[in-house]
Design a protein around this ligand. Structure first.
Ligand SMILES: Cc1cc2nc3c(=O)[nH]c(=O)nc-3n(C[C@H](O)[C@H](O)[C@H](O)COP(=O)(O)OP(=O)(O)OC[C@H]3O[C@@H](n4cnc5c(N)ncnc54)[C@H](O)[C@@H]3O)c2cc1C
Length: 694
């Protein structure tokens, strides 16, 4: 803790430290291979389990623990133990979003409606998440997650993004890491084996057409004990994909390093994706420093937002956008719970003008900072900053939290000292220096299309967490973590009911699909004219941030989509180099990322070229539009935007991969039968297992 923070905060440094420096359990069981198969002359380890969970984020671990408790023989494989967004990301306080609010209970219908209010979310999934949220949280509390409570046991709540009611709770900036911690403790206690450094390369299947089903996964490990590429096979009766979002896809990204997800893996296996156009963007610290979201108290304390050019000149640039100092600082405050960019909030001098302002400053070659040691400078010619001259909601929030200290840093110490400690732990002391900021990609709302049991269209494959396309266009802050927990429980129930068994008649026939992978790696190793992984990474990330970020326009998205598809075809033609044999995991992760990025751009191009307008955290520029944001010094004509078409809310854009081509189609949202289920009738269906078949 910094001296200033320790002095002024009444919470002991030990407590603060335990909530920020979260140490993880170690010493998990390692799986033993079932046998060694020789494929194309390479000795290859073959593991066997009933349920394979890919990924050790909060969602995958929940699925693994629930499966084990239900008696399945579970194996967890992961590209990076202690990696991924749950273990490594956060914001000032990471939010979990559940039912049961304001001491008055909740209405699941209302919550489901709120979860899906942005459109493009299946009704059954929304309701599943609403009713499942309470158990999801209770399970975590049961295994040791200490959610903050009042003296009567009520969980403390606050309001977050897209949340009118205050359904959010938090254990501080490392909430999801604490979730991973308790789930890892449980994983260890249950004796679930974990295969680490195992990146998913290819899903193995048997059968054709309607009989096609998953029977295993090829992984690239770091071990070259048996074959130089580290390839191994895990045979399974069902696979739960829990690989998180494709965080490496964007240059400007709040994700931690090496978040690949598995959209490419799924597409290549014939699995359907949806809502790939929907991602969140908002202000945060840049990835090359310490990537983190700047929401909540970081902005609610109203730091001075300024930019600096190469010569060291400072600019109070927000002053060009807002009419009065009060309006400017109140909108900085509102970024706290209106964190993701939203086109409509650029209008009426709203809070999303701040994202645009930051973006334009960076385009000028300046760096943008939040300074907690200075109060905001006034808008040019307007009144000076004063805590007595704020919008009513802002003033009352600060009063309620007794956070009327003189400087932003005083207010931050008062409201959230953990927020200071967090950056300090990562080498940035906001009590001494300003904090660099940018606009980042932060979350993918779409992903693998699932039903209300977490099932994909490929028999035996489920998806949970950010890998799954559960959210619609908007999502209340905190619902990502909750969704992963709810579906972690759901897939386990469904899998237990299905009780799949290994088909011994398969022999080793399914291993034939591994031979072409060895051949591909050999060719990629031998070819020297090919694209190097690092160069391809830079190309993909730049294209995504520049042409598929929070500001898009039809022609540049179409162009980017063409480039990304061409890159994918080049890779298919053997264009990607494997520099050393032990980089096969990187090779496959970046190959899949190229396909994922082409899929996102194809979907975005499909959406915009069919008249799709601004929605979620993305603005679609349209020079013919009359919707133009105003700022103090004029109008932002470069940000004239096309509004969303209402009809688009009622459908999802579906992406499939057919014969080396990315194909887009649309489907209407799944509706939910809202008629009452009477107990005696419903009980019968439950006892007979009918509920798992619908
Ligand atoms: C800065 C930031 C702040 C956020 N704040 C919130 C918040 O306040 N509330 C909220 O609800 N959500 C928030 N989110 C989103 C939320 O954290 C994530 O959606 C959630 O943690 C994802 O969990 P997961 O288990 O699905 O994936 P992850 O936690 O990302 O785990 C994925 C796992 O899969 C492994 N993996 C990845 N690819 C592969 C592969 N191809 N093969 C094998 N293994 C692989 C990874 O190593 C990791 O173990 C935030 C995200 C960010 C980036």
């Amino acid at each position: 803790m910094t001296e200033r923070a320790t002095q002024s905060s009444s919470i002991s440094p030990e407590i603060l430290e335990s909530l920020t420096r979260v140490t993880m359990p170690r010493g998990f069981e390692s799986p033993e291979p079932d046998r060694v198969a020789v494929i194309s002359g390479y000795a290859t380890e073959v593991y066997r389990c009933q349920s394979l969970v890919l990924g050790t984020g909060a969602a995958g671990l929940r699925a693994a623990c629930e499966l084990k408790r239900r008696g399945r023989d579970v194996l967890v494989a992961t590209g990076g133990m202690y990696m991924g967004t749950s273990a490594c990301s956060g914001s000032d306080k990471q939010t979990i979003h559940t039912a049961s609010t304001s001491r008055n209970g909740d209405n699941f219908e209302v919550l489901a409606k709120d979860l899906s209010s942005g459109g493009c979310m299946d009704e059954d999934v929304a309701y599943t998440e609403a009713v499942g949220s309470i158990n999801a949280m209770a399970g975590l509390q049961y295994i040791g997650l200490e959610l903050p409570e009042d003296n009567l046991g009520g969980v403390l709540r606050y309001q977050t993004d897209h949340d009118e009611y205050g359904r959010a709770t938090s254990c501080g900036p490392r909430t999801s890491r604490l979730m991973v911690k308790v789930l890892l403790q449980e994983t260890k206690r249950l004796g679930i084996p974990v295969l680490t450094n195992a990146a998913g390369v290819q899903i193995l299947t048997t059968g054709e057409g309607e009989n096609k089903k998953a029977c295993g996964l090829v992984v690239a490990t770091k071990s070259d004990d048996l074959n130089p590429y580290g390839l191994a096979v895990i045979e399974c009766d069902e696979l739960v994909i829990a690989t998180g979002g494709p965080g490496e896809m964007y240059r400007d990204s709040a994700y931690p390093k090496k978040c690949y997800g598995s959209l490419g893996l799924a597409l290549e296996a014939g699995i359907t994706l949806s809502n790939l156009t929907e991602s969140q963007f908002g202000i945060g610290t840049p990835r090359y420093t310490f990537p983190w979201n700047l929401s909540g108290t970081y902005v609610q304390v109203m730091p001075y937002v300024f930019s600096r050019d190469e010569d060291g000149n400072e600019y109070n640039f927000l002053s060009d956008y807002y009419r009065t100092t009060r309006e400017m600082v109140s909108n900085v405050f509102r970024k706290g719970y209106q964190w993701p960019f939203h086109a409509s909030r650029m209008l009426d001098f709203g809070s999303s003008l701040m994202d645009i302002a930051v973006h334009l400053e960076i385009k000028k070659g300046r760096k943008v900072y939040l300074d907690f040691l200075r109060n905001p400078l006034p808008v040019e010619g307007a009144e000076p900053f004063s805590l007595d001259n704020l919008d009513a909601d802002v003033r009352s929030y600060l009063e309620n939290n007794e956070a009327l200290g003189e400087l932003p840093i005083d207010r931050l110490i008062q409201m959230n000292p953990l927020a200071i400690e967090l950056y300090r732990m990562n080498g940035i002391d906001v009590t001494k220096e300003p904090l660099l900021m940018t606009v980042n990609n932060q979350h993918m709302n779409g992903g693998i299309d699932i039903d209300h049991w977490g099932r994909t269209n490929l028999e035996g494959v489920y998806a949970v967490g950010e890998a799954a396309s559960t959210h619609g266009v908007t999502r209340p802050g905190g619902s990502a973590l909750t969704s992963g927990q709810v579906f972690g429980m759901r897939v386990a129930k469904h899998i237990e009911h299905k009780d799949r068994a290994w088909d011994e008649s398969l022999g080793d026939s399914h291993l034939e699909a591994v031979a072409p992978l060895f051949a591909e790696l050999e060719a990629a190793k031998a070819g020297d004219a090919a694209i190097k992984i690092a160069a391809m990474r830079d190309e993909i990330q730049a294209r995504m941030s520049d042409s598929a970020g929070f500001i898009c326009d039809g022609p540049s998205t179409a162009n980017a989509s063409g480039e990304a598809t061409a890159l994918w075809q080049t890779i298919l033609g053997g264009g990607l180099a494997l520099e050393t044999e032990n980089r096969s995991a990187d090779y496959f992760m970046w190959k899949q990322m190229a396909l994922s990025s082409a899929a996102v751009l194809t979907a975005l191009d499909h959406y915009i070229s069919n008249g799709g307008g601004s929605r979620g955290a993305r603005m679609i520029y349209d020079e013919t539009s009359t919707i133009v944001p105003q700022i103090r010094s004029g109008v932002l004509s470069d940000f004239a935007y096309r509004p969303e078409q209402d009809a688009d809310k009622a459908k999802k854009i579906i992406v499939t991969y057919e014969g080396d081509k990315i194909v887009c189609s649309e489907r209407t949202l799944r509706a939910r039968d809202k008629s009452p289920v009477f107990f005696e009738k419903g009980w019968g269906g439950f006892l007979k297992g009918d509920i798992y078949e619908s």
